[in-house]
Design a protein. Structure first.
Ligand code: FES
Length: 301
């Protein structure tokens, strides 16, 4: 076997290719920087030339791929070629390959992470379940936040679906009991960092003194039956309707921050609405804030 016959070391080839890609990208960035001082008309001409070349390249590559895909062996070779970072990045640039789903989910989580961190929380990816489901875990303060349902739907889920339109379901998996903050105190923010119109939509519900520690009360808020649960200085508000068959939960058994449905025994974490019996379901959780000695709720629609 001659050196010419030796199969290439793919990893070494990829590393070399990635270095070459980085070198060329740096060179292009340097050349582009030189044009920043140009007159607008000159920049417009350059931009038109660049766009024209890119469109020609994209169309040529599209035709090439279409032709190769018709032949099984050629299609296999094409898939192999796409493993080269330079080939992949160029095809990605022209929209001819899709970024892997896991990468896009990771990017979406990176987008929301700074917002979550403003409230002492974070999110981690648990699993991407093909074809259309992503499982995440809220951690830090977000895990025990009464507004975590809103954080999930308004922040995490929206970011994932924006970058991954094929995803239909974003579910939250739990570690079980809420985490305690360092020093033993619970860090709880009543309002999700993704809450919109934070000053609007609040309904005054009751005095804080009406809520006894580690107890629930039911209230009607704007015609909706909800449960209020107080634990120390924190108050959470959940739909008073079991996720199983919609039966009222206020006659259920309270135990260690959980509530057991009196009908068929589903168990929920009262601070977050998570269902411990069937993790795929969750009680709707509404935002709560304490204004002076009053408790106000903003219903999730
Ligand atoms: S209605 Fe609650 S467990 Fe069935």
């Amino acid at each position: 076997m001659t050196a010419r016959d030796t199969p290439p070391d793919l990893d070494a080839a990829h590393a070399e290719s990635a270095n070459e890609l980085a070198r060329r990208a740096d060179e292009l960035a340097r050349l582009e920087a030189l044009t920043h001082g140009w007159e607008p008309a000159q920049q417009a001409v350059l931009s038109a030339i660049k766009t024209g070349i890119e469109e020609l390249n994209a169309e040529a590559l599209r035709r090439l791929i279409r032709a190769l895909k018709g032949d099984e062996a050629a299609a296999a070779a094409l898939r192999q070629a796409v493993r080269d970072p330079l080939v992949y990045q160029v095809l990605l640039f022209h929209g001819l390959v899709k970024e892997p789903l896991e990468h896009r989910v990771a990017r979406a989580l990176d987008e929301v992470r700074p917002m979550l961190k403003t409230h002492g929380g974070d999110v981690e990816l648990v699993a991407v379940k093909f074809p259309d489901t992503v499982e995440v875990r809220l951690i830090g303060s977000c895990q025990s936040c009464p507004s975590s349902g809103e954080t999930l739907s308004e922040g995490v889920e929206k970011a994932i679906k924006a970058l991954c339109p094929e995803i239909a379901t974003v579910t939250r998996v739990s570690r079980g009991a809420p985490e305690a903050a360092p020093g033993g105190a619970q860090v709880v923010h009543f309002v999700s960092p993704f809450a919109r119109q934070q000053d609007a939509g609040w309904t005054d519900v009751c005095a804080l003194a009406e809520l006894h520690d580690d107890a629930i009360v039911s209230r009607a808020v704007e015609g909706r039956d909800v449960l209020l649960y107080r634990h120390g200085d924190t108050v959470s508000c959940l739909d008073n309707a079991c996720a199983h068959m919609g039966m009222p939960l206020d006659g259920g058994q309270l135990e260690g921050g959980t509530l057991r449905c009196p009908y068929h025994g589903f168990v929920y974490l009262l601070e977050t609405g998570e269902c411990l019996t069937v993790p795929e379901v969750q009680l709707a959780v509404h935002a709560v804030k304490i204004v002076g000695e009053r408790v106000a709720v903003r219903l999730r629609r």
